[in-house]
Ligand binder design. Structure first.
Ligand code: SF4
Ligand code: SF4
Ligand code: FES
Length: 264
């Protein structure tokens, strides 16, 4: 264990432990948008989780989601330097995602009424003026669901996220993991008749599967196929397990591969 200090709190941590995760566990509030426990590697995209670090004779600003615990680390989450940088970031996000309610609330908390930067939500209109380009939807689609339906398109100020060539993508599972993980509720989808429509992703449509008995629509076809093949793959693994271990393994595998609960 190593000894660290966050604001006035002395804490013990495992060497290398993620500082943002530790702070949140201790009830220390650090604003964050692009960190999600499901990913082993934090992305460090939104920068909102910045903190000031004092170590030996050094003092520097860094993101707490990429910072690892080391002995003697002193961390300030609300120092004047941190607040100054965070306010600029929030102004930028207000311009980038003017319709995102949680950004507006956060900005209000930091005393920001409006942004000095020009609005640039026009490049992300299909994301309802709420996208901060944090990349969580791309990562969950590619790394967790292994579907790779969406990606960044363009660069610089015209960067946006969508399907290749802005066309419907047949690889979409209709799992809605991208909808659920988005920290600003930017991704929209709806259910029309027997299809899930990913409105934000070039209106990609995914057919739903109905229950053979009652006819209710309970999942999408691709997701049903994926679950079936996962269960088949696991068949031999399950054979030699007792019912309790079977249940545990099933839950672990299925929750790792199937849609995420809303984290925010
Ligand atoms: S709904 Fe489609 S785009 Fe969204 S995460 Fe699932 S597979 Fe990817
Ligand atoms: S749509 Fe949501 S999850 Fe995807 S990059 Fe934008 S803010 Fe992040
Ligand atoms: S949560 Fe750390 S950079 Fe976004």
């Amino acid at each position: 264990m190593v000894k660290i200090k966050i604001n006035d709190q002395n804490l013990y941590a495992r060497e290398g432990e993620n500082i943002l995760k530790l702070a949140l566990k201790e009830g220390i509030d650090i604003p964050h948008l692009c960190y999600h426990e499901i990913f082993e590697e934090p992305y460090g995209a939104c920068r909102l989780c910045i903190v000031e670090v004092i170590k030996d004779d050094e003092r520097f600003i860094t993101t707490s989601c990429t910072l690892q615990a080391q002995n003697g680390l002193e961390i300030l989450t609300q120092s004047p330097e941190v607040v100054k940088h965070r306010k600029i970031l929030l102004e930028l996000y207000l311009a980038q995602a003017p319709n995102a309610e949680n950004i507006k609330k956060l900005a209000e908390k930091y005393g920001i009424e409006k942004s000095r930067f020009p609005k640039r939500a026009f490049v992300t209109d299909h994301l309802n003026g709420k996208c901060i380009l944090c990349g969580l939807c791309i990562r969950v689609c590619g790394e967790v669901m292994k579907a790779g339906v969406i990606n960044y398109i363009g660069r610089g100020p015209s960067t946006k996220i969508n399907t290749p060539f802005f066309e419907e993508n047949p690889d979409c599972l209709g799992c809605l993991a991208c909808v659920n993980i988005c920290p600003t509720e930017a991704v929209s989808a709806e259910e029309v008749e027997n299809r899930k429509i990913l409105k934000s992703w070039s209106e990609t449509k995914v057919k739903m599967k109905e229950c053979k008995n009652c006819g209710s629509l309970f999942t999408t076809y691709p997701l049903w196929e994926k679950t079936k093949s996962l269960l088949m793959e696991m068949d031999t693994e399950l054979e030699e397990l007792c019912p309790n271990c079977k249940r545990e393994l099933l839950i672990k595998k299925l929750t790792k591969n199937l849609p995420l609960p809303k984290p925010y």
